[in-house]
Design a protein around this ligand. Structure first.
Ligand code: NDP
Length: 482
């Protein structure tokens, strides 16, 4: 039985209460480890350690901070297989996906912000002969980074890397469901040259450890990725303290397919954007709108390709679809499918739990599922399911599809498939989403702003946006006339 520990002030320790939580492997349904159930006392220790080292870290030359980030990237890369296995075991995702996407992306996050920190600049505004203004961008102090279970190390490092690159010290809390890669990260920080206290990792439940980070007066900003309801609860606590908040929340993204698209490329990508990571990526396109002339051709092709996806042991190289994160989440997904049927949806494929043989017989697997026949405003098309479930809807024209796509509380991402350039630009301007993909999906450039509108969040991560978030802008005006 593996026993993970917190990482506070450069040392591994149990929670002060010694309470623990079980860590499950979703593919087997079995407990394989334990993690500290931390609370506000542990968070207070972590904030204290971070505060103590802040003046040292924030005045470390940027080039040196950058070197440390590069070294972290290198050390993760050396242990890529070990990190990927840990990620797959915690999440149930196919090992190949963790090897190809999750861990390389965590490496890229550190490398990218090692470079970005050195290129980050501040502005000067010259008032002709009279005065000069320049902007200081100073680190905030101690910041909180709270991340979800779907892309554990990928999303945690997307926050930690810019935070420390900008000179802040971090108290981070990974999801209680997926703590292992954060614990592995902690193991290599000292070797990378990260001073004790600069990155502290506190494990535990959101309602205790997470809430304590948000509430702590020593935490100056909170960068959060997770569900919309949790984001709202965090805002209620952080807003009266005027903490800076970055919220990356849920989505119900439209995937809009026009008849003039490159059909083969669209189909291949739509299969991925529907079911990658068992549909548990905030950017997955779960509402698929298809122009009427190709609706039936598309539907039949997608159903055929989906039936070919192999649901299986995440450690098996042939597996396309692994387990979903927890029994509770599996039950939620199956309930949503049943409610869709009650709403009048036809089930084109999937819809059931998958029981595998052998070591995964008790694992939490769900068939990739395609629904059709529901209106855009049906409950199934409005609420985030966050599983391998998509809903198909035919549409008549551009105006209708823009109206239906925007008829959502969410506004994270949207995909448009068309060869018509003017239409592509019109759609990009009209769709209510922070991230637009035209004839592609998940093509990520880390320099670009990342985040959602409406109930999908507040603020943007990525590129210099994150460095701006993790710094305070201070304008200095110098009168040149005296
Ligand atoms: P949750 O909101 O349940 O949890 C996210 C993190 O917040 C976890 O570490 C959780 O801890 C913690 N947490 C829970 N309650 C509190 C609280 N009151 N105060 C502080 N922290 C708290 O999300 P999930 O982990 O279930 O992740 C799935 C959601 O994340 C989906 O809605 C998905 O769309 C969204 N997401 C958004 C992305 C984006 O970029 N917009 C990217 C990826 C996912 P614990 O779980 O340990 O209790």
């Amino acid at each position: 039985m593996e026993r993970l520990q917190n990482f506070i002030n450069g040392e591994f320790s149990s929670s002060r209460s010694s309470n623990t939580l079980d860590n499950f492997n979703p593919a087997t349904g079995k407990v394989y480890g334990q993690l500290p159930a931390s609370n506000e006392v542990d968070v207070d220790d972590a904030v204290g350690a971070a505060q103590a080292v802040f003046s040292k870290w924030s005045t470390t030359p940027t080039s040196e901070r950058s070197r440390v980030l590069m070294k972290i990237a290198e050390l993760i890369e050396v242990r890529l297989q070990e990190f990927a296995e840990a990620e797959s075991m915690d999440t149930g995702k196919p090992l190949g996906l963790a090897r190809k996407v999750d861990i390389p992306r965590a490496v890229a996050n550190f490398r990218f912000y090692a470079g970005a920190a050195e290129h980050f600049f501040s502005e000067a505004h010259i008032m002709e002969q009279r005065a000069i203004n320049y902007t200081l961008r100073q680190p905030l102090g101690v910041v909180g980074c709270i991340s979800p279970w779907n892309l554990p190390l990928y999303l945690l490092t997307w926050k930690i890397a810019p935070a420390i690159a900008a000179g802040n010290c971090v108290v981070a809390k990974p999801s209680e469901l997926t703590p292992k890669t954060a614990a592995l990260l902690a193991e290599l920080l000292a070797t990378a040259g990260v001073p004790a206290g600069v990155i502290n990792i506190v494990h535990g439940e959101g309602e205790s450890a997470g809430a304590a980070i948000v509430k702590h007066p020593g935490v100056k900003a909170v960068s959060f990725t997770g569900g919309t309801e949790t984001g709202a609860r965090i805002s209620e606590v952080a807003a009266p303290q005027f903490k800076k908040l970055s919220l990356e929340l849920g989505g119900k993204n439209p995937n809009i397919i026009f008849a003039d698209c490159d059909f083969d490329k669209m189909l291949e990508t739509t299969l991925r954007s529907s079911f990658i990571n068992q549909g548990q990526v905030c950017l997955c396109g779960s509402r698929i709108f298809v122009e009427q002339p190709i609706y039936e051709r598309f539907r039949d092709a997608l159903v055929e390709r989906t039936r070919e996806l192999k649901v299986g042991d995440p450690m098996d190289a042939q597996t396309h679809q692994g387990a979903v994160i927890s029994q509770q989440h599996m039950e939620k997904i199956l309930t949503c499918i049943n409610q869709a049927k009650e709403e009048g949806a036809s089930l084109l494929t999937g819809g059931e739990r998958v029981i595998l043989k052998g070591r995964c017989e008790k694992g939490w697997f769900v068939q990739p599922t395609i629904l059709e026949g529901l209106a855009a405003d049906a409950k199934t098309n409005q609420r985030e399911i966050f599983g391998p479930v998509v809903s198909l809807m035919p549409f008549k024209d551009e105006q209708q599809v823009v109206r239906c796509a925007n008829e959502s509380a969410y506004g994270l991402a949207a995909t448009v498939w068309t060869q018509n350039l003017s239409r592509a630009h019109r759609m990009a301007a009209e769709l209510e989403a922070g991230i637009l993909w035209i004839n592609c999906w998940m093509l990520r450039d880390l320099r670009t702003p990342f985040g959602g509108m409406k109930h999908s969040g507040l603020g943007r991560e990525g590129g210099f946006e994150a460095l701006r978030f993790f710094t305070e802008a201070k304008n200095v005006c110098i009168d040149l006339t005296t």
